[in-house]
Design a protein around this ligand. Structure first.
Ligand code: ACO
Length: 326
């Protein structure tokens, strides 16, 4: 059968950074509170004119470059995002922006699990022989949807994009995966449509409105993550026939340093093997895994042949893990 391999990565973040001290002028908080509870020290936030498509396209171009491809060799673009510029989907705008004229493009929404769900989706298209070169982008601008008067959420998030190119390959480097969803716990974390009724005519009423800012039950999300993420990684490792000792890097969705530490602890993976860039970016949702991967690759931490256990988790609820070789 056809195998899959990640052959390139890239990332982008908007320029302006906001430190915890700066945030303490917006809401009643402190660098000490935020850093000690989350590990976050600053985040990059998009300017009003900044678009998701720009960020995603920038990350995509460097990934395609590293893979040594031309944009018109891309067969499929998957844009994992919860914050498109256009609710009809933003993947086609990325396709146009990077000149991937031959690619079919669509959005994929699985919140902070979007990258891992997208990686598995890409692998299915390649393994069936349908497509050979897939561009997967995880990108979010949650700053647009955060309640900037709510200190329980606004300190956590940042904006960014990460991308990978996944190609058909003789040897299969996606060794195993496991994906999960639980809609019964949906209320923990939402960015929900909120409608008001509008009377169109005497016998027709419809909903009209906007979206509510992000709402989150932090403690429930924390409990969910530290229980479910180690489980799903163990399941994926089992399917991959990889022993925990052989994992070179634990690459988790960058939600919170305490979640990273607790998951590594439960799996008995030493902290030197845990990739973390929370301090600089905060939680960038679907972007966080490919953004952290790209930095680790370009810094020379992750080397060819390294085994990576990646796991995304978040709203839905959704969670999943993928074991792959770089
Ligand atoms: N600054 C100062 N004080 C704060 C802040 C803040 N930014 N936010 C909350 N507080 C206060 C609260 O009001 C509360 O005060 P009170 O006791 O007087 O009521 C106190 O700090 C403790 O609040 P808790 O919510 O209990 O704080 P907790 O220790 O649970 O930490 C946190 C909150 C960091 C959100 C934690 O629950 C957590 O890590 N949850 C995981 C959620 C997460 O990572 N979500 C990311 C999005 S989801 C995802 O990506 C998967």
């Amino acid at each position: 059968g056809v195998g899959v391999a990640i052959t390139g990565c890239g990332s982008a973040a908007p320029n302006p950074t906001v430190t915890n001290d700066q945030l303490s002028q917006v809401v009643e908080t402190s660098d000490e509170w935020i850093a000690s509870r989350t590990g976050i020290r600053q985040r990059h936030l998009s300017e009003p004119s900044g678009t998701l498509v720009d960020l995603a396209s920038q990350a995509a171009k460097s990934a395609i470059d590293m893979a040594g491809l031309e944009p018109d060799q891309i067969d499929l673009i998957l844009l994992a995002t919860s914050t498109p510029d256009d609710l009809f989907g933003s993947a086609c705008q990325v396709q146009a922006a990077i000149g991937a004229s031959q690619a079919v493009a669509f959005d994929l929404t699985a919140a902070c699990s979007g990258f891992v769900f997208g990686l598995v989706t890409a692998a299915q298209y390649i393994r069936t022989g349908a497509y050979r070169n897939v561009l997967l982008i995880g990108a979010d601008v949650l700053s647009r949807w955060v309640d900037w008067s709510d200190r329980r959420t606004c300190v956590l998030f940042g904006d960014g994009a990460g991308a990978v190119v996944i190609q058909a390959n003789q040897s299969d480097r996606l060794l195993g995966f496991e994906l999960r969803s639980d809609g019964t716990q949906n209320r923990c974390l939402n960015l929900a449509y909120s409608g008001e009724s509008k009377q169109l005519s005497e016998d027709c009423e419809i909903g009209q409105g906007n979206f509510q800012p992000i709402t989150m039950n932090g403690q429930e999300v924390y409990r969910f993550a530290v229980k479910r993420v180690p489980e799903v990684i163990e399941k994926a490792l089992f399917r991959a026939n990889v022993k925990t000792d052989s994992v070179d890097w634990l690459l988790l969705h960058q939600a919170n340093q305490r979640i990273l530490d607790a998951v590594a602890n439960r799996l008995k993976i030493p902290s030197e093997k845990v990739i973390s860039n929370l301090a600089k970016y905060g939680n960038t949702s679907a972007a966080s895994i490919p953004l952290a991967l790209d930095e680790a690759v370009r810094d020379g931490l992750v080397k060819p042949g390294d085994t990576i256990a990646a796991s995304g988790f978040g709203a839905g609820l959704t969670w999943g893990a993928a074991i792959f070789q770089w």
